[in-house]
Design a protein around this ligand. Structure first.
Ligand code: F6P
Length: 358
């Protein structure tokens, strides 16, 4: 059996642990493994295809990033091609990808990616490719799995930043506004905000008002607590607004971000308190995975190989505690996972005095 592995979309801590888990499990079965570099682009002649051996994956389980590189611009069905005038057109190169995979003798592909890469995987399955998915994202917004690997590390990084902001905020009697990743899902903000003991948490799933945020900060002020830490998820919008968008490259999803600076100015204007903002950004995606993420990622890698052995094409591995099970990618993609505003973590946050600005 000759299988291939690729990593696509934004990176997440734990990718290397999945690769290692899958490669060693495949070798254990006597299979050969190829690594496709830079997501699906590696099968379009844009990058190399390398053999993955016991030696290649030795000592990588604790490393951040991905030894296979990644991209969020390599959709083979809508491939961005630059024209002479600098503009881009999108072309379907999926047939070319299928034939390149066949020529390389690839019998099955394990693709590690978020909802975008998994949706592409499903379209390849429909064209006859034998694909098994592994869900990956620090945002934790993939349905059907309790959690994705990378999330725990991102939450830990954000929580440590919040811890550090507390001391400087308190020393200066300031309001510190920290923006964390997550796109339309507020999991990173919620989990890091509660574990880091933030005073206000704003997430896209809970409608908020600037007046309520300021009321909470001024209530603390009146009680002698002159500082505050506000955690805001990057996908949060001011009422009636589109949200803050950034420029993205052709073929990429729209970039979100920049809410912290706007929020910080709005709080300063309304409360008269000195505010500062911080965008934590890609620090959340970098660095060594936590023990939890290494373990989950290694289990996902092993389970993906088992799914290949059981011909579970069009499935992705998922954590349904305490087991890892294969589920249909189409089922996972039916809806995106979001924070449930009635969830116990939200209720706990409220009980310990955290405001959601509502
Ligand atoms: O989906 C993961 C994620 O890190 C989001 O939280 C964030 O909005 C986005 O990727 C950033 O992507 P990029 O690295 O392309 O700027």
């Amino acid at each position: 059996m000759r299988i291939a592995i690729s990593t696509g979309g934004g990176d997440a801590p734990g990718l290397n642990a999945v690769i290692r888990g899958a490669v060693l499990s495949a070798i254990d079965r006597g299979w050969h493994v190829l690594g496709i570099k830079r997501g699906y682009m590696g099968l379009l002649g844009e990058d190399e295809v390398i053999p993955l051996t016991r030696d290649t994956v030795r000592g990588i389980g604790h490393l951040g990033g991905t030894i296979l590189r990644t991209t969020n611009r390599g959709n083979p069905f809508e491939y961005p091609v630059r024209q002479a005038d600098g503009s881009f057109v999108h072309v379907d190169r999926s047939d070319e990808l299928m034939s390149n995979a066949r020529n390389l003798g690839i019998e099955a592909l394990i693709t590690i990616g978020g909802d975008g890469s998994l949706a592409i995987a499903q379209r390849l399955v429909e064209k006859g490719m034998r694909v098994v998915g592994v869900p990956k994202t620090i945002d934790n917004d993939v349905s059907g799995t309790v959690v994705t690997f990378g999330f725990d590390t991102a939450v830990t990084t954000a929580m440590e930043a919040i811890d550090k902001l507390h001391t400087t905020a308190e020393s200066h009697d300031r309001v510190m506004v920290i923006e964390v990743m997550g796109r339309d899902a507020g999991f990173i903000a919620l989990h890091s905000g509660v574990s880091g003991a933030a005073h206000v948490i704003l997430i896209p799933e809970i409608a908020w008002q600037i007046e309520k945020v300021c009321e909470h900060i001024m209530m603390r002020d009146a009680m002698g607590k002159k500082f505050a830490v506000v955690v805001v998820s990057e996908g949060v919008k001011f009422q009636g607004e589109q949200g803050v968008m950034g420029e993205s490259m052709p073929g990429q999803a729209v970039r979100v971000g920049g809410i912290a600076e706007r929020l910080s100015k709005a709080i300063q204007e309304r409360t008269g308190k000195e505010c500062r903002s911080l965008v934590l950004g890609h620090l959340q995606r970098g660095g060594m995975p936590t023990g939890y993420d290494r373990l989950l990622a290694t289990r996902f890698g092993g389970a993906a190989v088992e799914a290949v052995a059981n011909a579970k094409w069009g499935h992705m591995v998922a954590l349904q505690t305490p087991h890892i099970v294969p589920i249909l990618i189409t089922d996972a993609l039916k809806s995106q996972k979001r924070v449930d505003p009635t969830h116990d973590i939200v209720r706990t946050a409220r009980r310990v005095g955290i405001s959601f600005g509502d």
